[in-house]
Each structure stands twice: as C-alpha cells, then as structure tokens.
Design a protein around this ligand. Structure first.
Ligand code: ZN
Length: 136
C-alpha cells in the first residue's frame, strides 16, 4: 500500500500526483510558514504541470475544512474518553490547540488530497493521448 502508484502514498508523502516521484510543494516542511502550501509550477521528474487551470486549488479549502472537522471531533472524543472528568473548557482548549498546531500540515495535505482526487497516476513517461494541458 505504501508505494508508488498508490494515491495515499502521493498524498501523505506530498509527491507529484502524476508520477509519485517528484516533489509537489516548494518546501517539504509544512511548518516553514513563509512557503506553507506553495506548489511548484511543475514536476521536476515528469515535467507535468500541477495546476490545470487558475483557481484549481480553491476546492482544497473544502478538503482542509473536512480534515479540520475530523481532527476536532477525534480530539474531542479522545479527551472525553481519556479524561472523563475534564471540563468543556479543557476539551475546547485541547481541540483548539490541535487545530492550531496541525493547521500547516492539514493545509499541505489538503492540496495534495485535492490534486489526487482529479489527477491519476500515469508514471514518468508521457502516455499516448495524454491531455496537452498538463505540459507547459
Ligand atoms: Zn511528476
């Protein structure tokens, strides 16, 4: 499961959604906030573009929202189960802390997940009949 050709690999490792080899983001560290979520214009290995049209990654906001909700619910349930005597304020602090600390990573993963929803693995070599919009 954790190998090239699997979308989960491309999403978690933040690799090119086309070939799963080249880098997807300018900086691999999502906590380098000056470049957080910045995409490379194209893959350094297969040379396909990452943005088929302007505004393509606006949809990633919905993915980011879904990931944040999932994290919030998970954190709330975890604190409630592990510390049943905790107050609602304590639980809220835990949820907000998890959200703030994970926001850069969620942002990077949301873009990779959004790209992988629409871009299929093709390998490094250009495939016959492949759409020219992916090439600069
Ligand atoms: Zn590539």
């Amino acid at each position: 499961m954790w190998r090239k050709g699997n979308k989960l690999y491309s999403i978690i490792a933040r690799k090119c959604p086309h070939c799963h080899e080249g880098e997807f983001l300018v900086n691999r560290n999502p906590y380098a906030l000056a470049q957080a979520g910045d995409l490379l214009p194209s893959c350094s290995v297969c040379h396909r573009k990452f943005e088929p049209e302007p505004g393509f990654y606006y949809g990633g906001m919905y993915v980011s929202y879904a990931l944040a909700v999932a994290l919030s619910v998970s954190m709330y349930v975890a604190v409630t189960v592990l510390a049943p005597d905790s107050t609602q304020t304590t639980r809220l602090v835990w949820v907000l802390s998890a959200l703030v600390l994970s926001a850069p990573a969620l942002y990077a993963w949301s873009k990779a997940l959004w790209a992988n929803l629409f871009i299929d693995y093709k390998g490094v070599e250009r495939q016959p009949g492949e759409d020219a919009k992916w090439f600069a």
